[in-house]
Design a protein around this ligand. Structure first.
Ligand code: MG
Length: 225
């Protein structure tokens, strides 16, 4: 097995939603309502879990900015049980580049791969320009391919997104590792011959576990973080 190029998902892979469930506490507070941490966590986790279901993904939320706004506003409306307007406030966070934070090992991993000359790309399901997040952290120039679903009229697991990214990296699919968090979407890379690493969920701002990526890339055995 030779892997010498890497594709990354963005959301919940390279970056997570800042504050997690505390977004509910903070935005409710801005609307003058106090929400207990435990109550916020319960509703937040339910929203995020629902967002990951096949039914929600099938709504095509990542095919256009309008579809994204409609689907995610409906999801976040579950938080309106605390105060009217909270769901809309949470959606504005969802599309605010400043509300996405790296995991502790994201930047060292990207720098290590780039420093070793490993071609890297992005394949992301999104209804807004996630490049703004990459730019914010100075990462955009590290990537040789940025494939965003809404710019291609298709969402993962559509094969075209993965094959387009591989072509932009100049690599055959069987030499490319797709790193993501969602078996339904990122896992689709398997169907077009890529190898896939799915990382389990962790809290925003914690360690993502990218040392596995460095171990899998050929010739990077010593590429420690
Ligand atoms: Mg993701």
């Amino acid at each position: 097995m030779t892997i010498d190029a890497v594709l990354f998902d963005i959301g919940d892979t390279l970056v997570g939603r800042a504050g997690g469930h505390r977004s509910i506490v903070e935005e409710a507070g801005a609307l003058g309502v106090v929400v207990a941490e435990a109550d916020a966590a319960e509703v937040w986790e339910a929203i995020q879990a629902r967002a990951r279901t096949p039914e929600e993904i099938a709504k095509g939320r990542d095919l256009s900015p309008e579809a994204h706004r409609e689907a995610w506003t409906a999801l976040y409306a579950a938080a309106d049980v605390f105060v009217d307007g909270l769901g809309r406030a949470l959606y504005e966070r969802e599309v605010d580049p400043a509300r996405w934070v790296p995991y502790t090992d994201t930047e060292p991993t990207l720098r290590a791969l780039h420093g070793a000359g490993v071609p890297m790309g992005i394949v992301s399901d999104t209804g807004w320009d996630y490049r703004l997040v990459l730019e914010r952290f100075g990462w955009l120039d590290l990537f040789d391919a940025v494939v965003l679903s809404y710019e291609h009229g298709a969402a993962k697991p559509a094969p075209a997104l993965f094959t387009t990214a591989c072509a932009q990296l100049g690599r055959d699919a069987d030499r490319v590792l797709m790193v993501g968090d969602n078996p339904l979407t990122d896992g689709g890379a398997i169907a077009v011959g890529l190898q896939v690493l799915l990382l389990p969920a962790v809290a925003p701002g914690s360690r993502r576990g990218f040392d596995t990526v460095l171990r899998l890339v050929d010739g990077l055995v010593d590429g420690r973080l």
